[in-house]
Design a protein around this ligand. Sequence first.
Ligand code: 5RP
Length: 262
Amino acid sequence: MSFGKEVRMSRIFRGKNNMTVMLALDHGMALGPMRGIERPRELLNSVSGSVDSIMLNKGILVQCASPSSGAGIVLRISGAATIDGPDLTAERLTTTIEEALRLGVDAVATSIFVGTPNEHASIEACALLSDECDRFGMPLLAVTALGKDREKAFKSRYLALAVRVAAELGADIIKTYYCEDGFDKVVEAAVGIPVVIAGGPLMDSNSQVLEVAEKAIKIGARGGDMGRNVWQSEKPIAMLKSLRDIIHEGVTAQEALLRYWN
Ligand code: 5RP
Protein backbone atom coordinates (compact mmCIF):
# COMPACT_ATOMS: atom_id res chain seq x y z
CA MET A 1 0.00 0.00 0.00
CA SER A 2 1.32 3.48 -0.83
CA PHE A 3 2.45 5.87 1.91
CA GLY A 4 -0.46 8.23 1.23
CA LYS A 5 -3.00 5.43 1.51
CA GLU A 6 -1.42 4.25 4.75
CA VAL A 7 -1.60 7.74 6.25
CA ARG A 8 -5.28 7.94 5.37
CA MET A 9 -6.05 4.39 6.53
CA SER A 10 -4.49 5.21 9.92
CA ARG A 11 -7.07 7.97 10.40
CA ILE A 12 -9.83 5.38 9.94
CA PHE A 13 -8.40 2.28 11.66
CA ARG A 14 -7.21 3.28 15.10
CA GLY A 15 -6.16 2.14 18.51
CA LYS A 16 -3.89 -0.66 19.55
CA ASN A 17 -5.90 -3.20 17.59
CA ASN A 18 -6.20 -1.07 14.45
CA MET A 19 -9.99 -1.25 14.21
CA THR A 20 -12.72 1.22 13.39
CA VAL A 21 -16.02 2.37 14.80
CA MET A 22 -17.42 3.99 11.68
CA LEU A 23 -20.79 5.73 11.71
CA ALA A 24 -22.66 5.53 8.42
CA LEU A 25 -24.99 8.41 7.67
CA ASP A 26 -24.92 8.35 3.89
CA HIS A 27 -28.49 7.08 3.62
CA GLY A 28 -30.19 10.41 2.85
CA MET A 29 -28.84 10.48 -0.70
CA ALA A 30 -31.25 7.67 -1.60
CA LEU A 31 -33.71 7.41 1.26
CA GLY A 32 -34.23 11.03 2.30
CA PRO A 33 -34.51 12.34 5.88
CA MET A 34 -35.02 9.00 7.65
CA ARG A 35 -35.79 8.88 11.35
CA GLY A 36 -32.54 9.49 13.16
CA ILE A 37 -30.80 11.56 10.51
CA GLU A 38 -33.28 14.42 10.19
CA ARG A 39 -30.73 16.75 11.84
CA PRO A 40 -27.31 15.55 10.73
CA ARG A 41 -25.46 18.56 12.17
CA GLU A 42 -26.68 17.76 15.69
CA LEU A 43 -26.02 14.06 15.19
CA LEU A 44 -22.47 14.66 13.99
CA ASN A 45 -21.81 17.05 16.85
CA SER A 46 -23.03 14.61 19.43
CA VAL A 47 -21.03 11.63 18.15
CA SER A 48 -17.73 13.40 17.81
CA GLY A 49 -15.40 11.71 20.28
CA SER A 50 -17.32 8.41 20.15
CA VAL A 51 -16.46 7.46 16.57
CA ASP A 52 -13.22 6.72 14.77
CA SER A 53 -14.67 7.61 11.40
CA ILE A 54 -17.80 8.75 9.62
CA MET A 55 -19.21 7.80 6.22
CA LEU A 56 -21.32 10.39 4.46
CA ASN A 57 -21.97 12.38 1.30
CA LYS A 58 -20.39 15.65 0.26
CA GLY A 59 -23.25 18.01 1.06
CA ILE A 60 -23.74 16.79 4.62
CA LEU A 61 -19.98 16.71 5.16
CA VAL A 62 -19.52 20.30 4.08
CA GLN A 63 -22.69 21.69 5.66
CA CYS A 64 -22.87 19.74 8.89
CA ALA A 65 -19.53 18.23 9.90
CA SER A 66 -16.81 20.05 11.76
CA PRO A 67 -13.47 20.09 9.92
CA SER A 68 -11.75 19.69 13.30
CA SER A 69 -13.84 16.82 14.73
CA GLY A 70 -10.88 14.47 14.43
CA ALA A 71 -12.95 11.68 12.87
CA GLY A 72 -11.65 9.93 9.78
CA ILE A 73 -13.85 10.79 6.83
CA VAL A 74 -15.15 8.31 4.26
CA LEU A 75 -16.86 10.15 1.44
CA ARG A 76 -19.48 8.25 -0.48
CA ILE A 77 -19.03 9.04 -4.14
CA SER A 78 -21.70 6.86 -5.69
CA GLY A 79 -25.43 7.46 -5.76
CA ALA A 80 -27.83 9.24 -8.11
CA ALA A 81 -30.68 6.79 -7.55
CA THR A 82 -33.47 7.09 -4.98
CA ILE A 83 -36.10 4.96 -3.28
CA ASP A 84 -38.72 6.76 -5.39
CA GLY A 85 -36.98 6.12 -8.70
CA PRO A 86 -37.14 3.09 -10.96
CA ASP A 87 -34.09 1.31 -9.55
CA LEU A 88 -32.13 1.95 -6.38
CA THR A 89 -29.21 -0.06 -7.71
CA ALA A 90 -28.73 2.14 -10.79
CA GLU A 91 -25.98 4.19 -9.13
CA ARG A 92 -23.42 6.36 -10.85
CA LEU A 93 -20.34 8.08 -9.52
CA THR A 94 -21.40 11.41 -8.04
CA THR A 95 -18.09 13.20 -7.64
CA THR A 96 -14.39 12.83 -8.33
CA ILE A 97 -11.20 11.88 -6.48
CA GLU A 98 -9.97 15.45 -7.03
CA GLU A 99 -12.99 16.72 -5.13
CA ALA A 100 -12.38 14.15 -2.39
CA LEU A 101 -8.78 15.36 -2.10
CA ARG A 102 -9.93 18.97 -1.99
CA LEU A 103 -12.29 18.07 0.87
CA GLY A 104 -9.46 16.40 2.79
CA VAL A 105 -11.19 13.04 3.16
CA ASP A 106 -9.52 9.78 4.13
CA ALA A 107 -11.29 7.32 1.80
CA VAL A 108 -13.95 7.23 -0.88
CA ALA A 109 -16.80 4.73 -1.05
CA THR A 110 -18.73 3.25 -3.92
CA SER A 111 -21.27 0.43 -4.08
CA ILE A 112 -21.11 -2.72 -6.12
CA PHE A 113 -24.41 -4.47 -6.75
CA VAL A 114 -23.36 -8.03 -7.40
CA GLY A 115 -26.18 -10.21 -8.74
CA THR A 116 -28.40 -7.34 -9.89
CA PRO A 117 -28.99 -6.03 -13.43
CA ASN A 118 -26.59 -3.22 -12.52
CA GLU A 119 -23.71 -5.41 -11.45
CA HIS A 120 -21.75 -4.79 -14.64
CA ALA A 121 -21.93 -0.99 -14.48
CA SER A 122 -21.24 -0.80 -10.73
CA ILE A 123 -18.34 -3.26 -10.83
CA GLU A 124 -16.79 -1.51 -13.81
CA ALA A 125 -17.11 1.89 -12.09
CA CYS A 126 -15.49 0.47 -8.96
CA ALA A 127 -12.64 -1.04 -10.97
CA LEU A 128 -11.88 2.24 -12.73
CA LEU A 129 -12.15 4.14 -9.46
CA SER A 130 -9.69 1.72 -7.89
CA ASP A 131 -7.05 2.70 -10.46
CA GLU A 132 -7.70 6.36 -9.82
CA CYS A 133 -7.55 5.87 -6.05
CA ASP A 134 -4.16 4.19 -6.46
CA ARG A 135 -2.94 7.15 -8.47
CA PHE A 136 -3.85 9.62 -5.72
CA GLY A 137 -3.10 7.55 -2.62
CA MET A 138 -6.78 7.50 -1.70
CA PRO A 139 -8.18 4.36 0.00
CA LEU A 140 -11.25 2.85 -1.66
CA LEU A 141 -14.08 1.42 0.40
CA ALA A 142 -16.27 -0.94 -1.64
CA VAL A 143 -19.79 -1.34 -0.32
CA THR A 144 -21.09 -4.77 -1.26
CA ALA A 145 -24.66 -3.56 -1.54
CA LEU A 146 -27.77 -5.65 -1.99
CA GLY A 147 -30.51 -5.20 -4.49
CA LYS A 148 -34.10 -5.86 -3.46
CA ASP A 149 -33.24 -9.39 -2.45
CA ARG A 150 -32.67 -8.94 1.28
CA GLU A 151 -32.60 -12.73 1.68
CA LYS A 152 -29.14 -12.69 0.17
CA ALA A 153 -27.85 -10.63 3.08
CA PHE A 154 -27.80 -13.69 5.26
CA LYS A 155 -26.17 -16.10 2.83
CA SER A 156 -22.42 -16.46 3.11
CA ARG A 157 -22.12 -17.84 -0.40
CA TYR A 158 -23.49 -14.62 -1.86
CA LEU A 159 -21.66 -12.32 0.55
CA ALA A 160 -18.35 -14.11 -0.07
CA LEU A 161 -18.86 -13.69 -3.81
CA ALA A 162 -19.47 -9.95 -3.48
CA VAL A 163 -16.57 -9.51 -1.05
CA ARG A 164 -14.19 -11.42 -3.29
CA VAL A 165 -15.23 -9.30 -6.26
CA ALA A 166 -14.44 -6.16 -4.24
CA ALA A 167 -11.05 -7.59 -3.26
CA GLU A 168 -10.28 -8.48 -6.88
CA LEU A 169 -11.06 -4.93 -7.97
CA GLY A 170 -8.48 -3.52 -5.53
CA ALA A 171 -10.67 -2.22 -2.71
CA ASP A 172 -8.77 -1.23 0.45
CA ILE A 173 -11.76 -1.65 2.79
CA ILE A 174 -14.79 -3.86 2.15
CA LYS A 175 -18.17 -3.27 3.70
CA THR A 176 -20.50 -6.23 3.95
CA TYR A 177 -23.16 -7.78 6.17
CA TYR A 178 -22.73 -10.23 9.00
CA CYS A 179 -24.31 -13.64 8.49
CA GLU A 180 -24.75 -16.32 11.15
CA ASP A 181 -23.74 -19.14 8.93
CA GLY A 182 -20.29 -18.97 7.37
CA PHE A 183 -19.14 -15.43 8.13
CA ASP A 184 -15.60 -16.84 8.36
CA LYS A 185 -15.87 -17.62 4.64
CA VAL A 186 -16.92 -14.04 3.98
CA VAL A 187 -13.89 -12.67 5.85
CA GLU A 188 -11.63 -15.19 4.12
CA ALA A 189 -12.95 -14.01 0.74
CA ALA A 190 -11.48 -10.57 1.49
CA VAL A 191 -7.95 -12.06 1.33
CA GLY A 192 -6.72 -9.90 4.21
CA ILE A 193 -8.39 -6.65 3.17
CA PRO A 194 -10.17 -5.13 6.20
CA VAL A 195 -13.85 -6.01 6.37
CA VAL A 196 -16.33 -3.74 8.17
CA ILE A 197 -19.94 -4.68 8.77
CA ALA A 198 -23.11 -2.75 8.02
CA GLY A 199 -25.99 -3.12 10.42
CA GLY A 200 -28.86 -3.13 7.96
CA PRO A 201 -32.41 -2.23 9.05
CA LEU A 202 -33.11 -1.77 12.75
CA MET A 203 -32.73 -5.12 14.51
CA ASP A 204 -35.19 -6.51 17.06
CA SER A 205 -33.15 -5.54 20.10
CA ASN A 206 -30.03 -3.73 21.24
CA SER A 207 -28.57 -7.01 22.41
CA GLN A 208 -28.91 -8.43 18.91
CA VAL A 209 -26.93 -5.51 17.46
CA LEU A 210 -24.18 -5.95 20.02
CA GLU A 211 -24.10 -9.72 19.57
CA VAL A 212 -23.71 -9.30 15.81
CA ALA A 213 -20.82 -6.91 16.41
CA GLU A 214 -19.16 -9.24 18.92
CA LYS A 215 -19.44 -12.28 16.64
CA ALA A 216 -18.27 -10.40 13.55
CA ILE A 217 -15.22 -9.03 15.38
CA LYS A 218 -14.35 -12.42 16.84
CA ILE A 219 -14.44 -13.94 13.38
CA GLY A 220 -12.22 -11.26 11.90
CA ALA A 221 -14.13 -8.11 10.94
CA ARG A 222 -12.05 -4.99 11.56
CA GLY A 223 -14.93 -2.83 12.71
CA GLY A 224 -18.48 -1.72 12.22
CA ASP A 225 -19.83 0.74 9.68
CA MET A 226 -23.35 0.89 11.04
CA GLY A 227 -26.04 3.49 10.60
CA ARG A 228 -29.66 2.72 11.43
CA ASN A 229 -28.91 0.50 14.40
CA VAL A 230 -27.01 3.39 15.94
CA TRP A 231 -28.99 6.52 15.13
CA GLN A 232 -32.38 4.81 15.31
CA SER A 233 -31.60 3.27 18.70
CA GLU A 234 -33.02 4.87 21.86
CA LYS A 235 -29.53 6.05 22.84
CA PRO A 236 -27.27 6.55 19.81
CA ILE A 237 -24.23 7.70 21.80
CA ALA A 238 -24.54 4.86 24.28
CA MET A 239 -24.87 2.43 21.39
CA LEU A 240 -21.72 3.82 19.77
CA LYS A 241 -19.86 3.54 23.06
CA SER A 242 -21.01 -0.05 23.52
CA LEU A 243 -19.92 -0.88 19.98
CA ARG A 244 -16.61 0.81 20.72
CA ASP A 245 -16.16 -1.34 23.85
CA ILE A 246 -16.68 -4.46 21.77
CA ILE A 247 -14.55 -3.33 18.83
CA HIS A 248 -11.64 -1.74 20.68
CA GLU A 249 -11.69 -3.41 24.08
CA GLY A 250 -13.02 -6.84 23.24
CA VAL A 251 -15.78 -6.74 25.85
CA THR A 252 -18.64 -9.21 25.43
CA ALA A 253 -21.99 -8.16 24.00
CA GLN A 254 -23.53 -8.91 27.39
CA GLU A 255 -21.17 -6.55 29.19
CA ALA A 256 -21.59 -3.92 26.46
CA LEU A 257 -25.37 -4.12 26.92
CA LEU A 258 -25.02 -3.51 30.65
CA ARG A 259 -22.88 -0.48 29.89
CA TYR A 260 -25.49 0.69 27.36
CA TRP A 261 -28.16 0.88 30.06
CA ASN A 262 -25.89 2.35 32.76
C1 5RP B 1 -25.88 1.37 2.00
C2 5RP B 1 -24.76 1.85 2.86
C3 5RP B 1 -25.12 2.28 4.21
O1 5RP B 1 -24.17 3.15 4.69
C4 5RP B 1 -25.15 1.03 5.01
O2 5RP B 1 -26.27 0.33 4.75
C5 5RP B 1 -24.82 1.19 6.49
O3 5RP B 1 -25.84 1.54 7.19
P1 5RP B 1 -26.81 0.54 7.92
O4 5RP B 1 -26.02 0.04 9.10
O5 5RP B 1 -27.94 1.42 8.28
O6 5RP B 1 -27.15 -0.59 7.00
O7 5RP B 1 -23.62 1.88 2.52
O8 5RP B 1 -25.41 0.96 0.79
